[in-house]
Design a protein. Structure first.
Length: 459
């Protein structure tokens, strides 16, 4: 098995099995990014509501593999929040212009850090609103349907909010979603989309497509789309190309500027660790600085230098900055700043290198223990829905079990595992390179065995 090569080399060095915990310990010891975990708060098992302290040591850190849903809290988040609460208490309205993060432009001060994570120029990025709000704002300007070109291409089973947003944008323009939503589906019997099928659809239908709107990483399967190839194909047919990067930002190496992506948006509470409902991001390529204008206007899109003169004569900021509507909540800026400062201690390239090994290690252990065995037909087995090619996935693996998963999930929770369930049979497991360890992965696979045994004994 190809992914066994580095693991087998380590195992040979240690004179143990590649599945041994010693291998995980060795990889963690030699992980150059291991210190970044110290910048986050990992919940203790005793503090997790579903845990059963008769089964596990409550003082131990939980096995947190659900950063694809909500990232861990950066340790500095509390400090920054308390600073702003203290400033508000002591100086009141003066906090708008005073202190280390003046409220009137606090989000502007961290947009360069955000731009590094998504591969953009600082002036191409705005931190504002929530993901779906930003998607609507961008679509209002980029979706300009005509009788001949009115379709929006998106993946079948896109994240529900994306689907609803696209559907409503089509209706808003007087078109019928049944005719104007072009859904690309996996082939019969497959779970993920083939790049060639996406490109073929764009080539075949592109003359009628106004906007190609896909996710960067598919939320359910964990598939990483070839955004560069999709953008190039869409532009060749005269389409605007945008991406929902909710599961891609902070997860994989993005190059939104270099790829020529027209627009993108993302939330920041998953891999970007800003807390539930955190401040979202939007990107518009600099090539649209002068030809794309916001359809809806607010005073935060006015030039900062004259914004507070209140002339009611709009001096619109160019590009994505003009899409701002209102001042951003300072209490949402603080945790995002805390997280982005951790990202700034390394690079997405370095994180991606670790991620490939970390997820490859998870894949190897799952295949070793849970590949279907014809000689043991009653033994539960696992099929990995996520592409096996590391270049076509982020850190998440979607594991499809041969048995109903709810009881297994409950047993995992009792044992201090935080992961994500999609009934009837899928667990989404995301070892995040920023704070997860190889030890976490090994503990998870070991705990999964106990959870499976416990769930079967109850039947």
């Amino acid at each position: 098995m190809k992914r066994c090569v580095p693991l087998c080399a380590v195992a040979a060095l240690l004179r143990c099995s590649p599945t041994s915990a010693e291998v995980a310990s060795y990889l963690d010891k030699h992980d150059q990014l291991r210190h970044l975990r110290e910048d986050f708060l990992v919940p203790k098992i005793a503090d997790l509501p579903p845990s059963d302290l008769t089964l596990v040591d409550g003082s131990a850190e939980c096995i947190y593999l659900v950063g694809n849903s909500l990232g861990l809290q950066p340790k500095k988040a509390r400090k920054y929040l308390e600073e702003e609460l203290d400033k508000w208490a002591k100086t009141g309205v003066h906090g708008h212009t005073e202190g280390s993060r003046p409220w009137a432009w606090a989000e502007n001060n961290i947009e360069e850090l955000m731009a590094k994570v998504v591969g953009a120029k600082a002036e191409e990025v705005a931190l504002m609103n929530g993901l779906t709000v930003n998607l609507h704002l961008l679509m209002l300007s980029f979706y300009k349907p005509t009788a001949a070109r009115h379709k929006i291409l998106l993946e079948h089973k896109a994240f529900p909010s994306d689907h609803y947003a696209v559907e409503s944008q089509i209706r808003l323009r007087g078109f019928d979603p049944q005719q104007s939503m072009l859904l690309v589906s996996p082939r019969q019997g497959e779970h993920t989309l083939r790049t060639e099928d996406i490109l073929e659809t764009i080539e075949k239908e592109g003359d009628a497509v106004a906007v190609v709107m896909l996710s960067g990483v598919q939320y359910y399967t964990g598939q990483l789309f070839d955004m560069a190839a999709i953008a190039e194909a869409g532009h060749r047919k005269g389409c605007y190309v945008g991406f929902d990067c909710a599961h891609a930002a902070g997860n994989v190496e993005l190059k939104l500027h270099d790829w020529g992506v027209d627009f993108a948006c993302w939330c920041s509470y998953k891999y970007l660790n800003s807390g539930a409902g955190g401040l979202a991001g939007a990107f518009i390529h600099e090539k649209h600085r002068d030809d794309i204008r916001p359809a809806l206007l607010g005073w935060w899109g006015h030039d900062l230098k004259t914004r507070f003169q209140m002339t009611n004569v709009l001096e619109l900021q160019p590009g994505v900055s003009g899409f701002r509507l209102s001042n951003q909540p300072i209490l949402l800026v603080c945790p995002l700043q805390a997280s982005l400062e951790v990202f700034n201690k390394t690079s997405m390239r370095a994180l991606r290198r670790k991620s490939l090994l970390l997820t490859g290690y998870l894949e190897y252990l799952i295949q070793h223990y849970y590949t279907e065995d014809p000689t043991q037909p009653l033994k539960p087995h696992v099929r990995i829905l996520t592409p096996s090619d590391p270049q076509q996935r982020g850190c998440q693996l979607s594991l499809s079990f041969s048995i109903p998963i709810r009881k297994v999930f409950q047993e995992l929770e009792k044992r201090g595992v935080a992961c994500d369930m999609r009934e009837p049979s899928v667990l989404r497991i995301a070892p995040v390179p920023l704070y997860n360890t190889f030890g976490d992965v090994h503990r998870f696979v070991e705990t999964l065995g106990s959870a499976l045994a416990a769930s079967q004994s109850q039947q």
